[in-house]
Design a protein around this ligand. Structure first.
Ligand SMILES: *Cc1c(COP(=O)(O)O)cnc(C)c1O
Ligand SMILES: [Zn+2]
Length: 392
């Protein structure tokens, strides 16, 4: 029985198909490529005996040989009831999937684990990537584990902790006086490296889709009404949509998919603006800035897929202010003991708004993704300390 049911790569824009067993980035038409699978030789009952990490879904992941799996134990994060906080905003059935608990402290480890493993498998030995910080930490760590070389280009304004994580594992760090787009231009100027930028390679999204597989499994193969996601490059939300679509095709879940909500900061909300204007692609956001640095992406390569995901599931896109993000981060910490990242807190600000407007009803079961640990953000940590009499 095959470890992976990977069949080929498909372009969601022009429909072209490509051989998956080669080093490949974008489709020649410029679109990201998506991995497609044949019918896997396993059933959900088989999962019971597997380890609680994301590799339990290996048939639906692209790595063909177990010997190429590079893992630090990522995946199967808890899906926590947010009882006290949920009651305070009138959403009793509120759950938080806490991605702050995985290696390198953010869900980026999922994309890095699968992306690095598959890149290694097809023969890549040197990767380069632009990052706002968290993806760089994760890819540097998994590259080190795989014995691969990594070049990570990061804006100077990215958090210092991410720089330290990158250099600690021996990757080459290039600081860029600019935004992530400038870091991307630097990466393009370097030869000899495989460009592992967001959605420029097809497999990071396969790692991130495991969040969707886990939510379905953790809810006993029933689905919530709403899933709320802090959206930057959009890989997480596209991945969750892809996962649920794949499970539906397998017949493991049925009924309507959850309404997917893309949350951004008012300091960088290209997807929200496109959604409000009814566009199928976003326009670059000028002067992007927010405390939720992981979602500071002025123009995402996969924007059209994010917009498609929220449209087809009856979802929406919402922008929230930084001040509200910080207030919600504080409240969640106080009411639930969970020190979440600002990106995760943006979800709760959005859920509050959507509940107030009636878009989320009192009966809806809502899953919010906390994409990272609050501990990685010393700046917001001191902002929180400033709001209370306690230091943090
Ligand atoms: C990267 C990142 C996001 C955005 O994820 P995408 O999949 O790129 O949309 C959200 N939260 C945190 C903490 C991140 O690091
Ligand atoms: Zn194409």
């Amino acid at each position: 029985m095959a470890f992976s049911a990977l069949s080929h790569l498909e372009c969601p824009r022009c429909g072209a198909t490509h051989d998956a067993d080669q080093i490949i980035g974008l489709c020649p038409c410029g679109s990201p490529l998506l991995a497609r699978y044949g019918v896997p030789a396993f059933d959900k009952a088989d999962l019971a005996s597997r380890a609680p990490d994301l590799w339990r879904y290996h048939e639906l992941l692209p790595v063909r040989s177990p010997s190429n799996v590079v893992t630090l134990g990522e995946g199967m994060t808890p899906l926590l009831p947010m009882t006290r906080y949920g009651a305070s905003i009138g959403v009793e059935r509120l759950l938080m999937k806490d991605e702050g608990l995985i290696p390198t402290g953010t869900f980026k480890a999922r994309g890095a684990a699968v992306g690095v493993s598959r890149a290694y498998e097809v023969g890549v030995r040197k990767i380069a990537m632009p990052t706002n910080g968290n993806a760089g930490s994760a890819w540097a760590a998994y590259a080190a584990r795989a014995g691969m070389e990594a070049l990570i280009a990061m804006p100077i304004a990215a958090p210092e902790i991410c720089r330290r994580e990158v250099t600690a594992v021996g990757a080459r760090l290039q600081l860029i006086d600019g935004l992530i787009g400038d870091a991307a231009a630097y990466v393009r100027s370097q030869s000899g490296y495989f460009d592992a930028s967001t959605l420029k390679e097809p497999y990071r999204i396969e790692g991130k889709k495991t969040m969707g597989l886990e939510i379905a499994e953790q809810l006993g193969w029933s689905l919530p009404d709403v899933i709320v996601y802090p959206t930057g490059g959009g890989v997480g939300i596209i991945g969750i949509w892809k996962a649920l679509t794949e499970l539906r095709d397998l017949g493991w879940i049925s009924g309507p998919l959850p309404r997917l909500v893309a949350v951004q900061s008012t300091g960088c909300a290209p997807i929200v603006r496109a959604w409000e204007k009814g566009l199928t692609e976003s326009e670059p956001w000028p002067d992007a800035r927010t405390v939720a640095f992981g979602i500071t992406v002025p123009k995402a390569l996969g924007d059209f897929l994010v917009l498609q995901a929220i449209t087809e599931t009856g979802g929406c896109a919402v922008a929230v202010d930084d001040a509200d993000i910080l207030a919600e981060q504080h409240l969640v910490a106080r009411l639930e003991g969970a020190f979440i990242c600002p990106e995760g807190a943006a979800n709760f600000a959005a859920i509050r708004t959507l509940r107030d407007s009636g878009w989320i009803t009192a009966d809806d079961q809502v899953v919010a993704l906390n994409t990272g640990a609050g501990l990685k953000y010393p700046e917001t940590c001191s902002a929180l300390a400033g709001r209370t009499t306690h230091a943090c």
